[in-house]
Design a binder for this molecule. Structure first.
Ligand SMILES: Nc1nc2c(ncn2[C@@H]2O[C@H](COP(=O)(O)OP(=O)(O)OP(=O)(O)O)[C@@H](O)[C@H]2O)c(=O)[nH]1
Ligand SMILES: [Mg+2]
Length: 350
């Protein structure tokens, strides 16, 4: 067989004085390529206006932000619908500087994540292994449904099906909820009961509890009422350098959630807290103080307590004032993925 003439396989030479060749873009992998990645199914659960869709819209922005703690990630849609959701979400938050519209119908989305995650050090302090970097990729299957699908009297069965089959759950707790329409409890307990019944029926309860890993995200941390109260209660620390961004340290996040529930005693919040403890395995539940839009920073990109609100109102509608700087949006997902993968690996070895 003749070997190919190298001149034929080389990039075409531009003919002297001839037209400039049309540039050829690099081939794009077909969307189905992502489907070969291991899949982690994560349901998102929360009441009406708890911030579910804004959280998902902020995800690509969070992924592009500071990689220091949780590694570097790239996210892409595995279907046209999933890609459109990503692009629309980012466009809404960044170019239009608006919040997404209320969700009308459930959407199932699959996004692929590729990246380098940083495993925290383990073991007693003297012998602790140093944090390790690990290449990771997975497909995140997610369902974004309107809050009403989770409400006590109208739980949508397919929403429960999705959660029942999920490895992990992002549970969004709205600290601003309180009235009958938004009360966290009424979007929680009915779904929980159906979830337990369904899981018990197929013999998948573990030690009498639901097997899913749960990331409890207390949303809207940037809201001035929420934030000022959290500052007064002593939950907030600031990064020592960079933009000096405020946060609730991971070690205090569960206490922050408990405290938020206590402050919402008139609503069903304390019952949500108790039910989370009763029905899920404690070691699989993590807590976060989350904000999809984050704080406004001053001209030198530094947090200023005198002027931190990142929402403005235009013609009565809330708008994002400047850049969205998500806080604890990628972290809950990475924590869920890490926990799920670690457990599945251990189960496979036993
Ligand atoms: N301050 C603040 N407000 C937020 C944030 N995220 C969402 N909101 C507010 O909460 C409203 C509802 O957010 P959505 O993301 O639509 O909530 P949802 O849970 O998807 O609501 P449904 O689709 O109706 O179930 C937004 O219009 C904002 O006013 C946030 O990070 N900070
Ligand atoms: Mg929504």
């Amino acid at each position: 067989m003749n070997s190919p003439d190298p001149r034929e396989t080389d990039a075409p030479h531009e003919p002297a004085g001839g037209p400039t060749p049309v540039p050829i873009p690099a081939p794009v992998m077909p969307p189905s390529a992502g489907a070969r990645l291991p899949s982690v199914r994560i349901g998102i659960w929360g009441g009406t206006a708890s911030g579910k869709t804004t959280f998902l819209a902020a995800l690509p922005i969070a992924v592009a932000n500071d990689p220091a703690t949780y590694g570097t990630w790239r996210v892409s849609g595995t279907t046209e619908e999933a890609t459109r959701f990503l692009l629309d979400g980012v466009d809404t938050l960044t170019r239009q500087r608006q919040f997404p519209n209320a969700t009308l119908a459930p959407a199932r989305l699959a996004w692929s994540f590729h990246g380098e995650t940083i495993e925290p050090g383990r073991g007693p302090s003297l012998l602790r292994r140093r944090p390790r970097r690990r290449e990771s990729e997975f497909v995140l299957e997610i369902q974004d449904a309107p809050g009403v699908a989770y409400s006590q009297n109208r739980v949508a069965p397919d929403v429960v099906d999705f959660l029942a089959e999920a490895n992990g759950i992002l549970y969004l707790f709205d600290p601003l909820a309180g009235d009958a329409a938004t009360d966290n409890f009424q979007y929680f307990y009915g779904v929980l009961q159906m979830l337990v019944a369904r899981t018990a029926a197929v013999g998948k309860l573990e030690r009498g509890r639901l097997p899913q890993h749960v990331a409890v995200c207390v949303t809207k941390f940037d809201d001035p009422v929420i934030f000022n109260n959290a500052v007064r209660a002593g939950f907030v620390t600031q990064d020592a350098d960079g933009g000096r961004l405020p946060k609730v340290p991971d070690t205090h996040a569960q206490a922050y959630f408990d405290w938020t529930c206590q402050n919402h005693r008139h609503s069903g919040a304390p019952l949500v807290r108790e039910a989370l403890r009763t029905f899920f395995l404690a070691e699989r539940v993590s807590y976060f103080a989350t904000s999809a839009i984050g704080f406004h920073l001053n001209w030198s990109d530094t947090f200023d307590f005198r002027d931190f609100i990142n929402i403005e109102h235009v013609e009565g509608r809330p708008r994002v004032r400047g850049l969205a700087r998500p806080i604890n949006v990628i972290e809950p997902l990475v924590t869920l993925e890490r926990g799920i993968r670690g457990r599945l690996g251990r189960d496979a070895r036993n």
